[in-house]
Design a protein around this ligand. Sequence first.
Ligand code: SF4
Length: 436
Amino acid sequence: MEAVLLREENITQAKVADSSKAAKAQLTDSSKKSLVGQQYRIIGNHSAVKTCGWTKNMIPGKGGCYKLKFYGIMSNQCMQMTTSISCANRCAFCWRDYKAPVSTDWKWAVDDPEMIFEESVKAHHKLLVGFGGSSTKNEAVFEKSKEIKHVALSLTGEPIMYPRINELIETFNKAGISTFLVTRAQYPDAIRGLKPVTQLYISLDAPNPKLFKEIDVPLFKDYWERFNKGLEYMAGKKQRTTVRLTLIKGMNMSQFEEYAQMIRKGNPDFIEAKAYMHVGASQKRLSIGNMPMHEEVVGFSRELAGRLPGYEIVSEHIPSRVVMLAKKKFKIDGAWHTWIDFPKFTELVNSGKDFSAMDYLKKTPASLVGLSGKGTPMNGIKHDLMGMASEEQMGMAAQKNSRQRGIPPEEHGRTPKGKQISVDEKTKEMEFWQRD
Ligand code: SF4
């Protein structure tokens, strides 16, 4: 199906650059080659699919991602993708290297949403075929993975930049596939004009313009106005919304009141406080000392919750070093209802009726609620970094960096002496999956 050149008026976000030049792909052949080498599958001129580490983790029965625990997403049935590899920010903590495309304007061919849908689904299935031959696979989980139930529009870049994002979302809605979309809110009009998604995310990496510039390295001059406008438009959304904080130790983990103000502006249903992960090209820009331990994320979340009386801490996922807070309205008759009733969402979104986040919720399994009081296991770091670097290398990097960033020696990327805690990395989610 041919890519089409779009007239100005039906683009709700990135301004079209000179349309005569618009018929090109977002990626150069060399960057395409390098991404394919990293197990990406490039779809058309500007989209990509890649199997999520947690999908791979779940197939042999080792448990799913934090969104399974918090919201009921079945990680083995989740497709991770993007509709724009290009982004308008160059975040310091991003695992992408700076060769990745960035732009404020959309200056490429615009692919047809149906084509993106079909080819992404095909590519996703092809990527999972290999698991069929694995002796460690959980047969039932693998069988289920052949049916995509969730799409995460977050893989890389800025998916909302894609001019026909609404048509693609409608295609997923019609297919009964839930939609989680993540944006950095540099295209506020796109947020305002966005069709209903199952859960909309805005990434809040810094609560003031100075730190935002340092951490997100935005291309837009009016980045801060755009970001605030994006939060305001999020507050107007009826379906589920989430603000996610990426916590970088020594950089953005102390401005509690400023964060609270920004969060109030977006008025999200959920807040996720998540540790920066020392992976990929971010290792050239930040160091392991900047990666907070889970117990530090818990400490931060408690401080934040103290300033947001409308919210409460609901759950945590230690392997991902993330804590989730939810609006108290999701606590019904004393029980949390943060899980999603996906069939109900599909029914409502395709009915054309007006509906809100409270119309498609589901009770959160009680054993997934609460904080365990456990922290990052000593071996957790290796697990987290997926073997990115040896312990010794990490130790030296942490030492060196902590000195540079003035982090006190006893906190050099390790759990202080006397607080040795070990956690079973295998999450409990499988029980729920098997039961459903
Ligand atoms: S929701 Fe995100 S983390 Fe979970 S399986 Fe899907 S892509 Fe992976």
